[in-house]
Every structure is written in structure tokens, then in C-alpha cells.
Design a binder for this molecule. Structure first.
Ligand SMILES: Cc1ncc(COP(=O)(O)O)c(C=O)c1O
Length: 341
């Protein structure tokens, strides 16, 4: 990877060294970190490098531990990437409509945004992406399957993005387990300027523990690790995730059920009068076009059913984003829509 993509002051930054960095052996007396010695299972600081958890994830994803960053949700990785990469001049590129946090991370770090909007059919506009790159942008966020459109991009599309965009391409695969397309992790060995984001919040059902992953060239990962807060992943999170990783079958079963339920919900939605379009989705949600999204949103809310109104997003006029729930929840939604539409 071209080191110039990383902000110069981060390349030369010496990170904070924790008490646990300075001694990694098996000591029996810990008087180095000003902790409370009375044991409660959480009285000690957690491993700042999350070694055990990373070793498990390395096995699961078949990737070396030095190419893994773990954060407080993938939102932390998104924010760190904006802060690590040198996008002060050319800004970051997004392909709207897409996940809103890319914009928030840019704005809150004083970084400008270049939009290479999706085409009307939600496919990628390679010419707009290439223009953004030529304009000096060095960081692009690509979401696949895309939130909120549900569109999933083929590996060939991602290869074309990498050819059109000369900076670092972040492929956010928060929903990849629900998709039909393979993960862009497959492309990592052939491209050092790509970052892939995964999360435990969706398919793994652990949104509450806040744990996200970034996979990339070790130079990018080490820059992210330099900048992160020392103990960014709590002891409880690390332990809980290790425990749950022992049994991936649960996640696989739930994903399979949710995919079946997604297909059923799409059929039911399509059969409703007043539903103008259901967009194909590779995520655990569907984007649905109705004639008056705001009114439908409010009417559902008054029946204590909350969906996401995306009608203000460019290209998503009239659209609601609906998460795939349990059979009962989906049934309640369809019953309510029958009354409302
Ligand atoms: C595309 C996308 N990326 C990242 C996230 C954030 O995930 P996490 O819970 O890991 O911070 C979300 C959450 O909705 C998302 O939709």
C-alpha cells in the first residue's frame, strides 16, 4: 500500500503505551495499572490488543490476526478510517443513497464529502467514481449489500471500483452474511488499498455488545490501532464474543431463517395494494416504495410498529426501510399495512 494514503502525523505518531503493553508475561502481582485489586472478574483492564478474540476471528475469517482491527462497532472503524487516511484535501467519496455514518464521520472530523451518486437503478456509476478519484479524493466508502437500498455488488463490480478509484476503498459488508454475493475479503490478497468492514451487530445478533471488525493490509490496521483509544473493546464484550464464536451454528441457522422470511415478506408486500415496488435485497431488510411514505410511517407508528422512513434520501423518494423480524412481527406489519394502505 502507498503509505502516502495515511496522514503524515499518524505515520509518525507514537501511541499511548498501556501498562499491559509494557508487560505481556504471566505475572502474579499486578501493581502497574492503578486498578482495584479486589476480584470481580472485571476489576482488571481488558487486553488492549484483544489477542484471544482476534485469534478466534482470524480462524473464522481465514485471515492473519495482524490484518484485523476490532472496534466499538464498525462505526468506530469508519470514524478511525476518516481520521487515519489523508482525506484533508480531496475529501471522502460516498455513493448515495447509502449508510449515513460515512457523512457524519467526515463532517465531525472536518472532512468534505464528494458524492458519486448511484444510478436510478441503484447500480454504481463508475464514471462518477473515477471523477471523484481524479478530483483528489483518496477514501471511498462502498456499502454492499447497501443500506438502505439492499443492492449487493458482485466482486467484479468491486474490482471495477478499485480500477476507477485510485485511493483506499472501504467495502462495508455489515450485511454480508445475508447476501448471495461472496465477501470482498476474497479480494484482499490482491489489493492492499482495500478495507473490508464486518460486524457482530447484524447476523451474529450482538448489536448490544458493540463489536465491529476491519480487515486490511497490516499497515492500515496498525495505523488504526495507533489512533484508537487504548481499551476500546471492553472485557465483557471480548469474553462474550469469544463464547458466542464457539457456536457459529446459531448464527448460520438464524441467517437461514431470516433469508427465508425475507423472501416471504417480499412476496406478501408485493401482493399489497398500495405497495409500488419492493427492491431486491441482500440484507436483513427491504426497501419498499409506497405512495405516501410519511403518512404510512406515521400510521404504522400509531399502531406501535416502527420502520425507517428513508423517503428524504436522494433516490429513495416514497421509500420505507423495513427490517426482517420474527414471523409474528412480520405478520403484525403486514396486517397493519393492509389497514393503512
Ligand atoms: C452499512 C452499515 N455499516 C455499519 C453499521 C454499524 O454497525 P455497528 O453496529 O457494527 O457499529 C451499520 C448499522 O446499521 C450499517 O448499516
Amino acid at each position: 500500500m502507498d503509505s502516502d494514503f495515511i496522514r503524515p502525523y499518524i505515520r509518525s505518531l507514537t501511541p499511548y503505551s498501556t501498562a499491559r503493553d509494557e508487560f505481556a508475561g504471566a505475572a502474579s502481582v499486578f501493581l502497574d495499572a492503578n486498578e482495584n485489586p479486589y476480584p470481580t472478574t472485571v476489576n482488571r483492564y481488558p487486553d488492549p490488543h484483544q489477542r484471544l478474540l482476534k485469534a478466534r476471528i482470524a480462524e473464522l475469517k481465514e485471515i492473519a490476526a495482524e490484518r484485523i482491527f476490532l472496534g466499538n462497532g464498525s462505526d468506530e472503524a469508519i470514524d478511525l478510517l476518516v481520521r487515519v487516511m489523508d482525506c484533508t484535501v480531496g475529501g471522502i467519496t460516498i455513493t448515495s443513497p447509502t449508510y449515513g455514518m460515512y457523512k457524519v464521520a467526515a463532517v465531525s472530523n472536518g472532512v468534505s464529502i464528494v458524492d458519486a451518486p448511484l444510478r436510478e437503478d441503484f447500480s454504481l456509476d463508475m464514471e462518477a467514481i473515477s471523477r471523484a478519484s481524479k478530483g483528489g479524493s483518496r477514501l471511498l466508502f462502498l456499502c454492499s449489500p447497501n443500506n438502505p437500498t439492499g443492492m449487493q455488488y458482485e466482486l467484479e463490480d468491486i474490482r471495477r471500483v478499485l480500477a476507477a478509484f485510485e485511493g483506499v476503498v472501504v467495502v462495508d459488508e455489515a450485511y454480508v452474511e445475508f447476501a448471495d454475493t461472496p465477501s470482498a475479503l476474497e479480494l484482499l490478497p490482491e489489493c492492499s488499498r482495500m478495507v473490508v468492514l464486518h460486524t457482530f451487530s447484524k447476523a451474529w445478533g450482538m448489536a448490544g455488545i458493540r463489536l465491529g471488525m476491519a480487515f486490511a493490509d497490516s499497515e492500515i490496521i496498525s495505523a488504526m490501532n495507533k489512533l484508537k483509544l487504548p481499551y476500546n473493546v471492553s472485557e465483557l464484550t471480548q469474553r462474550y464474543a469469544i463464547e458466542r464464536l464457539r457456536k457459529p451454528e446459531r448464527m448460520e441457522r438464524e441467517v437461514s431463517e431470516l433469508r427465508d422470511r425475507r423472501a416471504l415478506l417480499v412476496r406478501e408486500l408485493e401482493s399489497l395494494e398500495g405497495v409500488m415496488r419492493v427492491f431486491p435485497s441482500g440484507g436483513n431488510f427491504v426497501l419498499v416504495k409506497v405512495s405516501d411514505a410519511r403518512t404510512v410511517f406515521r400510521a404504522l407508528q400509531s399502531r406501535r410498529i416502527v420502520v425507517r422512513d428513508r423517503s428524504m434520501e436522494r433516490g429513495c423518494e416514497g421509500c420505507l426501510r423495513i427490517t426482517i423480524g420474527t414471523s409474528e412481527e412480520n405478520g403484525a406489519l403486514i396486517d397493519a399495512l393492509r389497514e393503512v394502505l
